[in-house]
Design a protein around this ligand. Structure first.
Ligand SMILES: N[C@@H](CCC(=O)N[C@@H](CS)C(=O)NCC(=O)O)C(=O)O
Length: 77
């Protein structure tokens, strides 16, 4: 998995902390939030929402740092 993030942002930190906890194997692609790299043409191709973090794994792209459907996730367990 490739994680595109800038550790200065809270949503990136959430993911980085979670991956660290899980001792996940991933590569880091630093996206400079303060220079607006998350709005660059190359990054928009990865995440059209122009937000960090975003992660790619093969054809899969993930652009949410937290679960947006916590209740349904809980019920589905
Ligand atoms: N729903 C996304 C939101 C991510 C998000 O908003 N990230 C902020 C940084 S913490 C961002 O990239 N904002 C874009 C901007 O400020 O232009 C998530 O939970 O990961």
């Amino acid at each position: 998995m490739l994680l595109c993030s800038d550790p200065c942002t809270v949503n990136s930190r959430k993911v980085l902390a979670g991956l660290d906890q899980m001792k996940a194997d991933y590569k880091q692609n630093y996206i400079n939030y303060f220079t607006g790299e998350h709005k660059s043409e190359s990054f928009i191709k990865i995440n059209p929402h122009a937000t960090v973090p975003a992660a790619t794994d093969g054809d899969l792209t993930l652009t949410e740092s937290v679960r947006s459907r916590c209740v349904t996730d809980f019920v589905a367990r």
